[in-house]
Design a protein around this ligand. Structure first.
Ligand code: ADP
Ligand code: MG
Length: 701
């Protein structure tokens, strides 16, 4: 059991701030605890002698066997809360649930109070929930340490919510359906315990089959990803993350910064963590129910059995929208269906056994298709008819599901008539939906979780790099008193083994001439200035300069830069070997540091149209080799890299390696805030980084 086990399974709970005043939160908590908890409740309140029949202690430290108290629930006013937490810590209590509000959520005074609270909790190493929490629940012990008005029914779903109001709404909703819970926690302001702690706890809890979360943010994305990766190997995690729209795009200097917003970081982080992300509360519980009730499929092929043409087509469309596919039946299956079904039936998937089908016909059809090797799961779609009893149908579906141990969902399309049938199904863990699309989405979630479970997490590779050299280059910016580096820092990439064309930065036409002669061919020349972000926009890049024009071009570039900005700092001109763009594709490889998830890598189609086309994908670094390769698969122009229109495919391995090497670079140097290699030219022979731009945070160096 994890270290939070006594939070959810206490013997004794103290309420600090217990009271019997009508309508108060303190009273609601105390009476909720008294109602169903099968342990002891201790009341603490220096202004009362007794509360709801409990003797009241002045201080939690006065309770004779105070070391026997496992949880203290704090409901005192905000200015007394920090003291109450110290009392609890001094009395040796390990878990504290702070219901009291008026902390970080209320402005600067509250934020200062929250800092004090965190310090007090850290001093006593407390497992602290909240503040500003609705409380915690755990059904096996009847623990209701919340001020909600409903206790959860017992089940195998554990649920955390960043909104307390959402917990009460969900409980009310769940009471109407057959949704039961193991533990529930309202996270509040997450001063100490956050979502990562609870997924770790529930991942170890044999009574929790599915973890659900309603989150508004993720406090520590990097830890969350690591923990969730392990937990999801055994226990599915389904999350609603609200606030999906980016609050104002950040004014970033790099392309990557502009394109990789925080919503993309969540999306990538949660996906890499192996969580199932849903859009709505409906889906949250749809997925929870099917994950807890049905086995995982052994594939993605689904059979549809229905008594109605229209709904059968709707279901087929839903399959088309999902990552499932319609099974194509084996010959034996078709023969068997042909023999047993009426002539008007459609024996091909979706199997339409027509309107006059009684439950027995469903049974025969279902049994036949479930025996087919190309079927991994099934959905039964039935409309009410005079000859069909939904109750009988439910029994048939249950027995077939149990006999074949394959996931099944049903769509009994009806209202009143569905009741008894739905109950039979629900008892066997088979979800029923009115809308076939929901059935398909839920079955698709099973497939997705199966895929997550079979993922193999590889450690990110560590390449042999010149870390010291890289540090020197970053520090050189500090000496020049700038946060921005450009092509003058190309060696940073060399130090980490990302190939760059031959060349360098020179500061006179003569030097330019010499360098061009060394290169021995036409060259590319670029103005080098921290004040000029997009060089080609101001005519600062000349491609294909013949040796005899190098001197003049040098002068031209400087003039253009001066015309653009009179006082621009000009570091010189870069003279660079030409890269063969005809056989190559310009890609972008970059990084933007996210406040929650850390370095976020971006890969996509590059060049000067990068922001117009916006074909790119992101991953939280460090990435493993399969994750880096996955980035290539993700982008829409992947076929372009793989040799569309008779072109030779680019060197994919070299691209994948460049992604991993950049991942290592930005992981090694937190001082790199954002970075763009645009373009990273990919050719059949390898990759070449021809441009670089980065921003650093000098304090991190
Ligand atoms: P910026 O992005 O600041 O305008 P780049 O260095 O990316 O400057 O150059 C702009 C474009 O010039 C590139 O997208 C590429 O098409 C072309 N280019 C730059 N360097 C080379 C090179 N060494 N070989 C061939 N083409 C180049
Ligand atoms: Mg560029």
């Amino acid at each position: 059991m994890g270290r939070l086990s006594t939070l959810f399974a206490p013997e004794r709970v103290a309420v600090i701030g217990a009271t019997d005043s009508e309508g108060s939160v303190g009273r609601a908590i105390t009476s909720n605890l008294l109602e169903s908890f099968d342990g002891d409740v201790v009341a603490v309140n220096p202004y009362k002698d007794d509360v709801l029949g409990l003797r009241c202690y002045d201080n939690v430290g006065d309770v004779e066997t105070s070391d026997g108290i496992d949880v203290a629930v704090v409901v005192v006013p905000p200015d007394a809360a920090v003291e109450a937490i110290r009392d609890a810590g001094a009395a040796g209590i390990e878990n504290v649930v702070v219901i009291t509000a008026g902390f970080g959520e209320t402005g600067s005074e509250g934020a200062a109070r929250e800092r004090d609270l965190r310090e007090a909790a850290e001093a006593y190493d407390l497992n602290l929930v909240g503040p500003n929490s609705l409380g915690v629940m755990s059904t096996p012990r009847g623990l209701n340490a919340t001020f909600g008005n409903e206790m959860a029914t017992e089940g195998d779903i554990s649920f955390m919510s960043q909104s307390g109001a959402f917990v009460t709404a969900v409980l009310d909703w769940a009471a109407e359906r057959d949704v039961g819970f193991k533990d529930i926690v309202s996270l509040g302001n997450k001063a100490i315990l956050d979502e990562g702690d609870f997924i770790a706890e529930w991942g170890d809890d044999p009574e929790t089959e599915v973890i659900l979360g309603y989150l508004e943010d993720i406090a520590d994305g990097e830890t969350f990803v690591q923990t969730a990766r392990e937990v999801t190997q055994d226990t599915p995690i389904v999350l609603v993350k609200s606030g999906r729209t980016d609050a104002g795009a950040n004014a970033a200097a790099s392309h990557t910064g502009a394109m990789a917003g925080s919503e993309r970081a969540y999306e990538a982080g949660l996906e890499q963590a192996g969580t199932l992300r849903v859009e709505s509360v409906q889906e949250l519980f749809d997925f929870a129910q099917i994950l807890s009730g049905q086995p995982l499929p052994d594939g993605e092929e689904i059979a549809i059995v229905t008594n109605a043409g229209g709904p059968g087509v709707m279901t087929t469309d839903a399959v088309g929208d999902s990552d499932l596919s319609l099974s194509s039946f084996e010959d034996e299956t078709l023969d068997a269906l042909r023999e047993t079904m009426p002539e008007e039936a459609n024996i091909y998937n979706p199997v339409d056994i027509i309107g006059d089908a009684p439950a027995e016909r469903f049974e025969t059809a279902l049994e036949t298709v479930l025996e087919d090797d190309n079927v991994a799961m099934a959905v039964v779609v039935a409309c009410p008819t005079a000859v069909l009893s939904f109750e009988e149908l439910a029994e048939v579906v249950v027995s077939q599901q149990q006999a074949h141990e394959m996931p099944i969902a049903t769509t009994l399309m009806g209202g009143k008539s569905v009741g008894a049938g739905r109950e039979i199904l629900s008892e066997a863990g088979i979800p029923n939906y009115f809308d076939p699309a929901r059935a398909i989405e839920s079955l698709d979630a099973l497939r997705e979780y199966d895929e997550i479970q079979s993922r193999e997490y590889e450690e990110p590779a560590t390449f042999d790099v010149d870390r010291e050299r890289a540090r020197e280059i970053l520090e050189s910016a500090t000496r020049r008193d700038t946060n921005r580096l450009g092509v003058e820092a190309m060696e940073l990439l060399d130090a980490y083994g990302i190939p760059t064309p031959a060349g360098g930065v020179v500061s006179s036409p003569t030097e330019a001439q010499e360098l061009a002669e060394d290169i021995g061919d036409d060259v590319v020349m670029k103005i080098v200035s921290p004040d000029i972000l997009h060089k080609s926009d101001i005519g600062g890049v000349e491609v294909g300069v013949p040796p005899e024009e190098v001197r003049d071009t040098y002068e031209d570039l400087v003039v253009r830069a001066r015309n653009y900005q009179q006082d621009a700092t000009i570091l010189g001109v870069q003279v660079q070997e030409m890269v063969d763009l005809d056989s190559g594709t310009e890609t972008i490889l970059g990084m933007n540091r996210d406040p929650q998830f850390g370095p976020l890598l971006l890969f996509g189609l590059g060049g000067i149209f990068v922001e117009v086309l916006e074909d790119n994908t992101v991953r939280v670094a460090p990435v493993s080799e399969p994750e880096a390769r996955g980035m290539l698969d993700d982008i829409e122009s992947a076929p372009l890299l793989r040799g569309a229109r008779g072109r030779d495919p680019v060197d994919e391995d070299a691209l994948v390696e460049a992604v991993q090497r950049l991942s290592q670079l930005v992981t090694d140097f937190p001082a790199i805030v954002e970075l763009d290699i645009n373009p990273l030219v990919a050719t059949p022979g390898g990759v070449q980084a021809v441009d670089l731009r980065l921003t650093i945070d000098q304090e991190e160096l």
